[in-house]
Design a protein around this ligand. Sequence first.
Ligand code: DC
Length: 224
Amino acid sequence: MSAAPVIAIDGPSGAGKGTVSRGVARRLGFRLLDSGALYRLVALAARQDGIDLADGPALARLAAGLDIRFGSAEGGRVAIWLGGREVATAIRTELAGNDASRVAAIGQVRSALLDRQRRFAVPPGLVADGRDMGSVVFPDARVKIFLTASAAERAARRHKQLKEQGVTANLAALSLEIAERDLRDSTRAASPLVASADATRVDTTGIPVEAVVERILQVAHGRL
Ligand code: DC
């Protein structure tokens, strides 16, 4: 059993999990776990150390020993330290996302990160964002949400996000990349992206973030 109430928010890339999870955590004063960042950090560290992204045992050792700290930077931005280096921006590239999806398909890496993720569940509570939060990491979560959006909208959101960061991207190429990543995340043997039978599906297509946050708070009402 988790030491504190958990709201698990799972779903495919670009469904809005990050923004929505931050909003829900802020409203409830809960802690936030961005589990995707952990897989991105493992992949980034592996690239730095020259570890093959298919070498399960080496990646699992790396994942178990990583020195990771989450904090906040100016303007309410999230800061993430890998050892002494601040990498919040470095892990957000498309390459880092694809690398993360590759290392995340390896069961040994997932096992190595399990306890680290569970330790985030401290009072007054946790909002956990990922692919297997409700199915594997926090099966006893009080609230399980499966966030979706149409493939076109997910690609368009990612495109807008990259543009805001000053990165030029091609919408058609992005759509393909997202589809490829979703397919890998959903069809892998180890903890694939699935909606738990007890999860509430929330489709965010065309719905503003604040409304999605309200909807989740409504679902959570009386369960925390
Ligand atoms: O949410 P994200 O895009 O930052 O996640 C990056 C990759 O990590 C994603 O393609 C799948 C993987 N991931 C995972 O397998 N399990 C999680 N709980 C979170 C992310």
